[in-house]
Design a protein around this ligand. Structure first.
Ligand code: 3PG
Length: 214
């Protein structure tokens, strides 16, 4: 999907589980539980051997979910993700060769930034939907509040170290489109029960939607 459609799709749910799959079965079960809790968008990171097959399996089992492919840093990976059925791709930083490759294509790529200098360069390249990573380590909602004052035209998808207890800080920021991470399906490095995943997902969406920007 194009960036404008991705923005429309994310602006009500405002929470994107980011899964780095260790097992296809566990990932599929997590996606089922998260979808039951209201998840309408999921990112699967392409950082392991099983990631592509897992992305494919999630696409097959949840044809309506907005499916992102994460850690996409070159044109080859982008094309592979698109051929599997990813609706968007996203990376932790900027990859100029990839951004050039994606120009004019129908599947949006969301580049990552942290600093004002990176944001200025991204805007000059026409990118105003950006990932902010690693969010908590880079100042979290407090940093995003300052950046939002200077770059009111930019929409951010922060992820990295975000916990449920921090969501209210992000929810209030108009420049935050959605927050991503693993807190809703894992805790202390372990997957939550399916019941908990659905519960935390639902609670997280409620917190973020109190400031629905649509
Ligand atoms: C990623 O991009 O891998 C995730 O944003 C990591 O999320 P987490 O820090 O919440 O596990």
């Amino acid at each position: 999907m194009q960036a404008a459609d991705l923005i429309k799709a994310l602006q009500t749910v405002r929470v994107v589980p980011v899964i780095d799959p260790k097992s296809q079965a566990d990932c599929l079960a997590a996606v089922d539980a998260l979808a039951a809790g209201g998840a309408t968008a999921i990112e699967i990171t392409l950082r392991s051997d099983i990631a592509y097959d897992t992305l494919k399996a999630v696409r097959a089992s949840h044809p309506d979910i907005v499916l992102g492919a994460g850690s996409v840093m070159d044109p080859e990976t982008y094309e592979k993700a698109v051929s599997i059925g990813a609706d968007f791709t996203i990376s932790p930083g900027r990859c100029l060769a990839l951004e050039a490759h994606v120009a004019g294509k129908s599947v949006a790529h969301v580049p990552g930034v942290v600093t004002p200098t990176e944001i200025i360069a991204a805007r000059q390249a026409g990118q105003t939907l950006l990932k902010f990573y690693p969010s908590e380590a880079a100042g979290g909602a407090s940093a995003l509040k300052d950046l939002g004052r200077i770059f009111p035209d930019v929409l951010m998808m922060p992820s990295g170290g975000i916990k449920e207890s921090k969501l209210h800080e992000y929810a209030a920021l108009p420049g935050v489109l959605s927050v991503g991470g693993s807190w809703m399906y894992a805790e202390g490095g372990k997957y939550r029960s399916a019941l908990d995943m659905g519960k935390v997902m639902a609670q997280s969406t409620t917190t973020m939607r109190e400031f629905d920007r649509s």
